[in-house]
Design a protein around this ligand. Structure first.
Ligand code: MRU
Length: 358
């Protein structure tokens, strides 16, 4: 059986080191929240849902560390909060990170307030982190199936970045849609953008698809327009790192360009993401903080220098696609259609969601 890319036993979090793929399959073992935050920052684990799950396990580790010391309740909670802040600030754009940390801290706060012993609180944090993980896997399967249901014939999909097993608890969001189409015999083909500069498409998506024997073609990011014009692409399906209340969507740099190209070619542009990726606090994408990553990602390629010493570099890791370019957002509860502001409000309320869903 295949080892999951994230697994946890109290005291030890085991992660597949994604920076080493596809060359080597190496697992690392982490024992403190600070090691977990460093792993998230260094992209050993990446992808919005996956970093949320990982941060939850990071707090579970800290729960046991703090419970082993004799602390008063206030100091115990303060220690967890400090770890939560450190984990949340590891990467700024994906909302799943803060969402998972808040969920974990709420559990600790409630348990401590009701007189729970710190050891029992640590056990409750383990259970909560596992629940976050399991819920994400279930959500991804539903996203995949809802997304596949958008198409009534075999389709050729173009996707960007890595949104699969490795980016989630398992199965994937946009890649979950691809998997469900493949399972149902309705995936004509999938084109995978290599996704400069970190190559999540080439290194990770291609690796996953190959492992699962799903036929794909890897293309350079700049080839997307050509393939839309000449090679029969039916739809673009991507993931998301943070979705504002109006539907504006932050995702891997290059996503916005694909949305504009999809519009120019009359193709559906579909975002696939769990509810944990929606940010109810944000009215529009204007408020989304875009992570700026190290210049070395741009000036080196496979360890060799690819730009002159002293080159001036910009390296935003994400961009924001305005809601007007999005044909549908597929969630675990169904597919949201424009007008997205009201569809998202209905979903987040839960109330009239059935009407808003496809
Ligand atoms: O920088 P990364 O690799 O964490 O960026 C990941 C993406 O942008 C994904 O498309 C997004 O997180 C959705 S993953 C289901």
């Amino acid at each position: 059986m295949r080892e999951p890319h994230i697994s946890y036993q109290p005291g030890v979090l085991r992660l597949l080191d994604q920076t080493q793929l596809p060359a080597a399959t190496v697992f690392v073992e982490l024992r403190s929240w600070a090691e977990v935050a460093a792993a998230i920052r260094r992209l050993l684990v990446r992808g919005a849902p996956a970093i949320g799950i990982t941060a939850a396990y990071g707090l579970a580790l800290e729960g046991h560390t703090l419970a082993a010391r004799t602390l008063d309740d206030a100091t115990f909670i303060q220690g967890l909060r400090r770890a939560g802040e450190g984990l949340t600030s590891a990467r700024p754009t994906a909302v799943n990170l803060g969402w998972a940390v808040t969920r974990m801290l709420d559990v600790a706060q409630t348990q401590v307030a009701s007189g729970g012993a710190h050891g029992a609180v640590a056990d409750a944090l383990d259970a909560q982190a596992r629940a976050i993980h399991e819920e994400d896997v279930a959500a991804c399967h539903r996203i995949g199936d809802h997304g596949a249901a958008l198409f009534d014939k075999a389709v050729c999909i173009l996707t960007h970045c890595n949104t699969g097993d490795l980016a989630t608890g398992g199965y994937g969001t946009a890649l979950g849609v691809v998997r469900s189409l493949w399972r149902d015999g309705r995936l004509a083909h999938v084109y995978v953008d290599e996704t400069r500069p970190v190559l999540q498409g080439a290194r990770l998506t291609a690796w996953e698809l190959q492992r699962d024997a799903i036929p794909y073609t890897l293309i350079a990011d700049g080839m997307a327009a050509h393939f839309m014009q000449r090679r029969g692409i039916d739809a673009v399906v991507v993931g998301a790192d943070r979705i504002a209340r109006n539907g504006d969507t932050a995702n891997k740099i290059g996503t916005y360009g694909l949305a504009v190209l999809a519009r120019a070619h009359g193709l559906p542009f579909i975002v696939a993401a769990p509810r944990s990726t929606f940010d109810p606090a944000l009215e529009s994408g204007a408020g989304i903080v875009i992570e700026e990553r190290d210049a070395a990602e741009m000036t080196t390629f496979a360890g060799a220098r690819s730009a002159p010493v002293g080159a001036t570099v910009a390296n935003p890791a994400f961009d924001v696609t305005p809601a007007e370019f999005i044909t549908s957002i597929v969630t675990e509860s169904g597919s949201l259609k424009p007008p997205l502001t009201s569809a998202i409000a209905a979903m987040l309320d839960g109330a009239s969601y059935a009407k808003a869903a496809r």
